[in-house]
Every structure is written in structure tokens, then in C-alpha cells.
Design a protein around this ligand. Structure first.
Ligand SMILES: [Zn+2]
Length: 258
């Protein structure tokens, strides 16, 4: 039997995380744990399967915090460092399980193979280097992750193409500024929707709060969680009070089942 999905927010922060190193901004000194945000990532679990979307610089502590003993694969949204810099830390999984499946756009696979050349090397491999099994994602080509289907959803982060993913009634989009109408039809009917909302002020490559809320209004998912949040968004508890019913700011460690 295919169990329902358990979603764990591993990180909900923007590229620098919160607190930002050396920042004196009040949100960076907040004592509320919901105002501390690691780099953005989510864990999707069902039956005995665990997949993550993105693998940023906080991957190691995220896997330790959530006690993830087995990793079945990584789906990448795009190549920016806050989504990829933790790839070396798949080593413990590689030692136990062998090559770790990764799923990404061809451009992202090329970028990863330059940054982590030793992971992708065919010859003269350093003993102890991890290895991956690459899976190319193309738009309009749903792919299998264990016994489920992942539907890629194409969007744009300023001019950079990014992929979001729909798995069953769960849809995850991050680092989006624009998305075509045809892509939105793939999301319709989603129950739990996660989308980036950076801050109140507009930004060249991310939805701000107003743009994210407008998309929610159009799609009308049952529940929405905002992620990839900057300290400029404000205090979690204060922003939360201003949001419509069924729309929330995500926070690190939050778990949602569907
Ligand atoms: Zn990002």
C-alpha cells in the first residue's frame, strides 16, 4: 500500500539563512525558534522512502536533526549554492547504500559536475568520494521516485529556469519570480502548496509576499506554506497574524501529512 506523504521542512530561509552572520537586525536576534531558518529544503517521506528537494549548505545538520537514516534521492530545483552546496555530505548515505540518485535539469547536472568534479569522475576516483546516479529531468516528462510520480513544473528565477515538483497532492515551488499559465494548470487541485515568499518589498528574482499571495488566490490550494524567507519579512509570529486562513509561513522542523 502506498502511504500518505509526510513533509518535513528542513530549512525555510533564504540564501544566507537566519540569523545572517554578523547581522544586528532584530529578526536575527529573535529568541523565537521559528525565526531561525536554515537554507531551504524539504524532506518527503512515505513508507520507507525518503527524498529531499535540494541539498544546501545546511544538509548535514538537517539530516542529523530529523534522524534520516536512509536517503533515496535528491531532486534539484536549480544550481544556486543555497540549494546545492551540501552535496558532499551525502557520503554517509553513499557508504551504506551506494550511488545516490539525483534528479535535475541537464544544465544543473553540468553545473554540479563542475563544482563537484570528484563526485562525478569516472576514472582515478579518490577513495571515499561519494558517487551519484544522475537522472535528467525534462519539462512535461513526469518521472518515477520509488513507487510515486513526480511532475516537474517549470518556472523562472529572474532569467534562470527552475523546476518545482508536484508529487500527488503536494506541490513545492521555490525561487520563483514568474510562471507560465500552462505550468499553473499542473498545480491545480493540489492540497498542500509550498511556495517562496521572500519579503514584503519586491525583489528581482523572488516572489514577495504580495506576489505569493496573488498566486495562492489564483490556485486556491487547501493549505499553503511560504518558504525561502528573508529576515526582512519580519518576525514569524507577527507576519503569520496578517495572513489569510489556510496560508502560513513555514518554519524549520514543521511537519505536514497528506
Ligand atoms: Zn535560493
Amino acid at each position: 500500500m502506498v502511504e500518505g506523504l509526510k513533509i518535513t521542512f528542513l530549512g525555510t530561509g533564504t540564501s544566507q539563512g537566519i540569523p545572517v552572520i554578523g547581522s544586528t537586525h532584530p529578526v536575527c536576534s529573535s529568541k523565537n525558534p521559528k525565526d531561525r531558518r536554515l537554507r531551504v529544503s524539504v524532506l518527503i517521506s512515505w513508507n520507507n522512502h525518503n527524498f529531499v528537494i535540494d541539498c544546501g549548505p545546511d544538509f548535514r545538520q538537517q539530516m542529523l536533526r530529523e534522524k534520516v537514516t536512509k536517503l533515496d534521492g535528491i531532486l534539484f530545483t536549480h544550481e544556486h549554492a543555497d540549494h546545492t552546496a551540501g552535496l558532499d555530505d551525502i557520503r554517509p548515505y553513499f557508504f551504506r547504500q551506494g550511488d545516490i540518485p539525483i534528479f535535475a535539469h541537464e544544465r544543473v547536472l553540468t553545473s554540479l559536475s563542475k563544482r563537484f568534479d570528484y563526485i562525478f569522475a569516472d576514472a582515478n576516483r579518490y577513495p571515499g568520494a561519494p558517487a551519484v546516479k544522475t537522472n535528467k529531468i525534462q519539462n512535461n516528462n513526469p518521472f518515477r521516485i520509488a513507487n510515486r510520480t513526480a511532475i516537474p513544473i517549470e518556472a523562472y528565477h529572474n532569467r534562470l529556469q527552475v523546476f518545482g515538483f508536484r508529487i500527488g497532492d503536494f506541490t513545492y515551488l521555490t525561487d520563483v519570480k514568474t510562471i507560465a499559465h500552462e505550468e499553473l494548470t499542473k498545480i491545480k487541485g493540489t492540497k498542500v502548496f509550498v511556495v517562496n515568499a521572500l519579503r514584503i518589498e519586491p525583489h528581482h528574482s523572488h516572489f514577495n509576499l504580495e506576489e505569493a499571495l496573488a498566486l495562492v488566490e489564483e490556485l486556491k490550494p487547501q493549505k499553503t506554506y511560504f518558504t525561502h524567507i528573508s529576515h526582512h519579512m519580519g518576525f514569524h509570529d507577527e507576519v503569520e497574524k496578517t495572513l489569510p486562513k489556510n496560508v502560513h509561513l513555514a518554519y524549520d522542523g514543521l511537519k505536514v501529512t497528506l
